[in-house]
Structures are given as structure tokens and as C-alpha cells.
Design a protein around this ligand. Structure first.
Ligand code: ZN
Length: 239
């Protein structure tokens, strides 16, 4: 009996089996063979530059999605690069200041913004924006949320087939603002339907009025090797 209890306890503590890629759950896992976001590419830049690259590792799929989405935005509406915050550490696991970000499937992204003169400018930091699209921090007084570029980013992400995006966490006022903008511009109903599900203000952390947090589902290969999704599986995701 004690042997069985002891064995169960040891098993419960043992790391989940993993054969590479994104391993375990986003909040309790690790990353094997991750890829680093470049410090700078044509349409992306790392927040904090080279010093922050050690926490810029993600699955190849996620890094490719970020690059692709930023390229789509940059090609559609000219302007400064997308500012990318933390992904995961080289080997994943606990990342200071975050609950998730452990398996290379999470990323923080700054909002596209305009300066007080209305010029599109690179986002300066993690500062709150309200539902009227105004930055409410004194360090970005007069700056506004760039509806057009932010929507292009969201629509590209929710339409991605590989990886499929599970969540884009963002505050309710900004979520409403984005969806209202998309409706006004006559967005495709299926893109709108998906965005309504994916754009969410999380209940268990900050409201995300100062950045997006994007999470993608496990790829088919990673899932077979020990990647674990949590939460809803949207009806457009393959089995
Ligand atoms: Zn995050």
C-alpha cells in the first residue's frame, strides 16, 4: 500500500514526458528546440532589444506567425514595426513576472499607436489605453490606439491556420473598440465571429489594457509529443 502511495507521489512530481517542442501546459511546461525572435526584422522589433532576447524563444510556428502578421500589417498600412515583448526562456519553464509563457506558445505584444500629432510611431512601452483609444499614462499623453493597424494584426492572427490562435487577451473596452471598428469597415462575418471568441479580457490576471497576450494551440506534432492545451477548443480548430 505504502509503495503504491509513494510511487503515485513520485509520478505526480515527475516532469511530464516530452519528446521535443512545446511540452506540457502553458503554465506548467517547458520548451525544447525553440526559436528566438530576431531583435529586429523589417516589421518587428523586440521590446528592450538584445538584452531581452533571452526571453524571446517560442515555437517555430509562433515566431513565424508574429513575423507574418507584422509583415501583413506593414504591407497593408505603412508604419513602424510591431513591438514584441516576452515569449519564453530558451528552455521554457517559469518566466519571472508571468504565470504562463512556459512553453513557447505565449507572447506579449505592444499596441500599434499614433503620437499626439497623429503620426504612426513605434510603441514606447506597456501603457494603458482606454475605450476611447487614448493612452492614459502620462508618458504617452496624447497618444492614441491605431485602430486600423491593430485590427489588421488581430484579423491576421484569428485567420491563421498554423498555428491556430486560441486567445488574444485584451481589455474589454479595447476589445469593443476593435470589434466596432471591424464592423464599420464591413469585415467578413466569419473573421468577426472568430475575433469575438478569441479577443477576451482574462478574469484571472490584469485586464490587459497595455498589451495583447497571444496564446496559440499546440501543433499536431507537439501534441503527440506531450504538449497540452487548456480551455476551449474553438469550432474552427482541427481535431
Ligand atoms: Zn503575457
Amino acid at each position: 500500500m505504502w509503495v503504491a502511495v509513494l510511487a503515485a507521489a513520485v509520478l505526480a512530481d515527475a516532469p511530464e514526458p516530452c519528446r521535443g517542442g512545446s511540452c506540457g501546459a502553458a503554465w506548467n511546461g517547458r520548451l525544447v528546440g525553440g526559436v528566438a525572435m530576431p531583435v529586429k526584422s523589417r516589421h518587428t522589433v523586440l521590446h528592450g532589444g538584445k538584452a531581452r532576447q533571452r526571453s524571446a524563444y517560442g515555437t517555430r510556428e509562433l515566431v513565424e506567425l508574429l513575423t507574418r502578421a507584422a509583415n501583413v500589417v506593414g504591407a497593408s498600412v505603412d508604419g513602424p514595426p510591431l513591438v514584441v515583448g516576452s515569449l519564453s526562456d530558451h528552455d521554457g519553464g517559469k518566466l519571472a513576472g508571468h504565470k504562463s509563457h512556459q512553453t513557447g506558445r505565449d507572447v506579449d505584444i505592444l499596441f500599434y499607436a499614433r503620437d499626439p500629432a497623429g503620426k504612426r510611431r513605434q510603441s514606447v512601452g506597456f501603457y494603458d489605453f482606454d475605450g476611447a483609444g487614448r493612452c492614459t499614462h502620462r508618458r504617452c499623453e496624447g497618444w492614441t490606439f491605431d485602430d486600423q493597424r491593430n485590427w489588421w494584426l488581430v484579423r491576421t492572427m484569428v485567420w491563421s491556420k498554423r498555428p491556430v490562435v486560441q486567445w488574444i487577451f485584451v481589455s474589454n473596452p479595447l476589445r469593443e473598440r476593435l470589434l466596432a471598428y471591424a464592423e464599420r469597415r464591413g469585415e467578413h462575418p466569419e473573421i468577426l465571429r472568430r475575433a469575438r471568441k478569441v479577443l477576451t479580457q482574462p478574469g484571472n490576471s490584469s485586464p490587459h489594457a497595455d498589451h495583447y497576450h497571444v496564446r496559440v494551440y499546440c501543433s499536431v506534432e507537439d501534441k503527440a509529443a506531450g504538449c497540452r492545451d487548456g480551455g476551449p477548443r474553438w469550432d474552427w480548430v482541427g481535431r
